[in-house]
Structures are given as C-alpha cells and as structure tokens.
Design a protein around this ligand. Structure first.
Ligand SMILES: Cc1ncc(COP(=O)(O)O)c(C=O)c1O
Length: 334
C-alpha cells in the first residue's frame, strides 16, 4: 500500500491528516494565577486535528510513516485515547489496525463507547488477560500475543504510542514553545510527551510532568525514553506525583467540580483523565508559590473530552477517596 504520509511531521500529504501546526497558544485570565503574579497560557494541542487529538497526532504520524502502509498493532485499556486515535488513522489511511485490549473479561461484555468507536473505525480488537497484558513488552510474551492476534506482520506501536519516533515527534511541541513560557506543564501517562517536550524547549525553560498514574516509576521511564530517542538526557524537567487522584482513569467529585468550573471560566472543554488533573495541579502549585512571581506557565491541552465519557461510572473513585495532599514534594527528574 502506498504510504500516505511523507516528509517530516509537518508535511503530511494525506489531506485528511493535515494538522493545524503550530497549535495555538492562548492566554487566559485566571485570578488564581494573577494574584501570584503569574501568566497562564494554554497550548491548544487539542485542536491540531479533529481525530488525532493533541499528542496523538505528534506521536502517531512518524509511526504511520515508518509503518509504510503495513497493518498497525497497538495496545491500550478500555478507554484508551491512543487506541481511538490509531483506529481513526487506520480508517483515514486505509490501513488495517489491530488493538490489543487489556482485560479478557471485556470480550464478554458489550463494547463501551470508546471501543465501539475503535471497532466502527475498522480496528480489530483482541482482548487479553491483564496478567499477560502487563508482560507485553517481554519479547516472548509479545511474540505470543502477536501470534494470537494474527498480527505477526504488523508494525508494532507500543502502549500510549510512546516509542523513540513518537518522542522525537513530541520535540516539536517544545520547539513551538521556545521563548514563550518559563514552565511548560503536561499530564503524563507513559511520559513520552514530556520526554519530547523537554528536549524541544529552549535554554532556561523547564518542563513539569504531572503523572496521572500512581506508582513513582515515571522518572525512570522518561529517562529511558530520552535515552532511546536522543541518546541521553535532554532539557530540564521534573515531576510532581501528587495529582493522580487515585490512579489511571480515576476521578473524584472534587476533580469534576474543578473541571466544570474551569470550563465555565475559560470556555475550554476539559478532558477529565489527563487535562483536568494537570490544570488542578497547576492551580495548587500556583497557590503554594511554586512558580516565581513574574513567570509564565503554559499548560499543554493534550486532549478533548470524548463525548460519551461523561456517562461512564466505572472510573470514578469511591466516595472518600482522599484529595491529593497539599504539601510540596514529590519532585524527580533530571
Ligand atoms: C489526553 C492525553 N494527555 C496526556 C497523555 C499522556 O501522554 P504520554 O503517554 O506521552 O505521557 C495521554 C496519553 O495517552 C492522553 O491521552
């Protein structure tokens, strides 16, 4: 099949994949920042492309090019933005896609709206036991998974899309922000976006990552991703691990209330699993005086709410889940 994507990331020949780059940088007036002498900017990566939203476009396009028309197999959970973006890219380019989905039990249930969208875009879904899914990066497990999914010839994109090509693709995000902010903050899943962002920023700029997963493993992951993408550490970045709200895909009523309020103040639809946690973290950090007076803080809006997400009831933390602590700490990184 003829590759539909050529040249560097900004030169996409398939009209339906053309991005809006650089993404807009929008200043918002927010008294929680203004009273600390801070400017808040929103880096609107959510408007890069209608279907490959935000970091998905930056990560997937170099991989689509490398796949060169081969089928694409990738991995994700039941509500994975990355699976949806890959399925959409496959539909647009006419490339078969296979999604390996965490949770064998899901195979027996009706597809949730996110997986239904993947299937409607032509993605073949292959459900696996969680214990096996956890070991998917081990070569033998991966080989067995690809055999079972009938995807041995496919181009493999890792979970979250974060391989070296993707990280290099995200460097463009940092480059677009050179000289525009003192601190650029992004929500982290695999850490690939942060790894690339930090590498693209200019001297004196710092990148802050806000992990949405629990576990304290991300600093090592970001370092490893930078090693693979660039051959060593790049840029100045750190993590604040306090704002996961119970872990991946967990939310609390307080987080939703914060996001609702942010939407009303600024007219920005706030994606709840990543972007809301990032914006919440920044307001707490501003309140704590973590950023020097006179600084400009840019928040990367990496996603958009998926319409049906509001109807979900399986990812809200049970009542009584404690809000994140308000003390400083938890920083790591290079
Ligand atoms: C909306 C959104 N923001 C942020 C991220 C985190 O990106 P990364 O996995 O590169 O850390 C993701 C990951 O899938 C995402 O979907």
């Amino acid at each position: 099949m003829t590759p539909a994507v050529t040249g560097d990331n900004a030169r996409v020949t398939h009209p339906a994949l053309r991005p809006r780059l650089p993404s807009p940088l929008q200043e918002v007036a927010d008294d929680r920042f203004a009273r600390r002498g801070l400017r808040l900017l929103l880096k609107r990566d959510d408007v890069i492309h209608p279907e490959l939203v935000g970091n998905k476009w930056r990560k997937l396009v170099p991989n689509l090019r490398a796949a060169n028309g081969r089928p694409i197999v990738t991995f994700g959970g039941a509500y994975s933005h990355h699976l949806r973006a890959t399925a959409a890219a496959g539909r647009i380019l006419g490339v078969p896609t296979i999604g390996v989905v965490r949770g064998q039990e899901l195979a027996r249930r009706p597809l949730n709206p996110s997986l239904a969208r993947c299937a409607a875009d032509g993605m073949r879904l292959h459900f696996v036991e969680r214990a096996v899914y956890r070991r998917k990066t081990e070569p033998e497990t991966l080989a067995a998974l690809l055999r079972a999914a009938d995807a041995q010839e496919a181009y493999v994109v890792p979970e979250g899309g974060s391989n070296a090509l993707a990280v290099r693709g995200c460097r463009g995000l940092g480059e677009e922000l050179r000289g525009r902010a003192d601190v650029v903050a992004v929500a982290c899943g695999t850490g690939g976006t942060l790894a690339g962002l930090a590498a693209g920023l200019g001297p004196g700029q710092r990148a802050l990552g806000v992990p949405v997963l629990r576990g304290g493993f991300l600093a090592a992951e970001v370092g490893a991703l930078q090693q693979r993408a660039f051959g060593g550490p790049r840029g100045h970045w750190w993590l604040d691990e306090r704002f996961h709200f119970g872990g991946y895909a967990r939310t609390t009523p307080a987080l939703h209330a914060f996001a609702d309020d942010f939407e009303q103040r600024h007219g920005l639809p706030v994606e709840r699993l990543y972007v809301a946690k990032l914006l919440y973290a920044l307001t707490v950090l501003a309140d704590e005086g973590a950023f020097a007076r006179g600084s400009t803080v840019a928040a990367v809006v990496t996603g958009r709410p998926f319409p049906e997400a509001a109807a979900r009831d399986d990812v809200t933390s049970p009542p009584g889940t404690p809000p994140p602590p308000r003390s400083r700490g938890g920083a790591a990184g290079s």
